[in-house]
Write a protein that binds this ligand. Structure first.
Ligand code: ATR
Length: 286
């Protein structure tokens, strides 16, 4: 099928946000729509905060199955949802909307299970020991919930602003994990017995501030992951590899959260195959 034919097809799902031009979601979802012979296309839809509610209603009226939600709308869409799954409820953010035929919409959060799924391919026994999550923003909330659901029993939440780490620990309490908020200067001493280290801050993003950690303090066998995927190999992951650690990059979370959203709309859990990953890697180099 040519690109022209595809753009003439009906839009059946999409991603809303601003800026949205650089979203990789259309690449993934259109790949899966084609692979499964489903008619329709997935679009990147620019939506400004002041037009969020009417645009959502208009997209529902146009017959879309649903939309993904990205920056800066995840919390606002959470507030507008007429139903929510437990992950969204606990995280306080929605990344996937499923429009209901009877009106209203279900808001779910596939970032959390997407993050946990991205770790499943790792050989290291990451769920069996303490985890440390750096950050306490929206991304960190998804990571912490995903780790609790995956059975991690102790999570140290480290954040520059301690109050946010404390609030996160409070909000995710009662789910069976011990959540320990810590200030940034405790990282080194709390790193030595970790089974898993996750960067869920914006540090390490291309063009931004670096994340400066001494990964040689980690125990051998600790798994190191970064939710930042631009660059794909962050300084943290490079240093961890050099120190002999297994690593998981942020592309896995991106792909797996998309798989679960696709399943919620179309009832098919698509594959995270090597071809798709390669296409994404190529796109990230642009
Ligand atoms: P997101 O929704 O992507 O998580 P966010 O809510 O803005 O975005 O959170 C960004 C995270 O990166 C926060 O944990 C933030 O720490 P604060 O809560 O103290 O702001 C962290 N972060 C950003 N810049 C940082 C820096 N220079 N040093 C340490 N942490 C930083």
């Amino acid at each position: 099928m040519t690109d022209k034919n595809r753009t003439e097809q009906k839009i059946i799902a999409g991603v809303i946000g601003t800026p949205i031009k650089h979203s990789r979601s259309p690449l993934m979802h259109n790949h899966w729509l084609r692979a499964h012979g489903l008619k329709g296309t997935y679009a990147a839809i620019e939506v400004a905060p002041d037009e969020l509610e009417p645009r959502l209603a208009a997209l529902a009226a146009e017959g879309l199955r649903g939309v993904n939600v990205t920056i800066p709308h995840k919390e606002a869409v959470f507030a507008l949802a007429t139903e929510r799954d437990q992950a969204a409820q606990k995280i306080g953010a929605v990344n996937t909307v499923i429009f209901r035929k009877s009106g209203g919409f279900l808001g779910i959060n596939t970032d959390a299970p997407g993050f946990a799924a991205s770790l499943q391919a790792a050989a290291a026994p990451w769920a069996g020991g303490p985890a440390m999550v750096l950050g306490a923003g929206g991304a960190a909330r998804g990571v912490v919930y995903g780790l609790i659901e995956a059975g991690v029993r102790e999570i140290r939440i480290v954040n520059r602003t301690l109050e946010r780490a404390e609030a996160l620990a409070r909000d995710m309490g009662g789910l069976g994990a011990s959540l320990i908020p810590l200030p940034w200067d405790k990282i080194s001493e709390q790193m030595i017995d970790l089974a898993l280290l996750v960067n869920a801050t914006s540090l390490g993003l291309a063009g931004g501030r670096p994340l400066d950690l001494d990964v040689t303090l980690l125990a051998p066998g600790a798994l190191v992951t970064d939710i930042v995927y631009a660059p794909l190999e962050t300084d943290l992951l490079r240093a961890a590899k050099r120190a002999g650690h297994e690593t998981v990059d942020g592309l896995g979370m991106l792909i797996h959260q998309a798989r679960f959203a696709f399943e919620a709309w179309f009832g098919i859990l698509p594959e995270a195959n090597a071809g798709l990953r390669a296409a994404l890697e190529k796109d990230l180099q642009k």
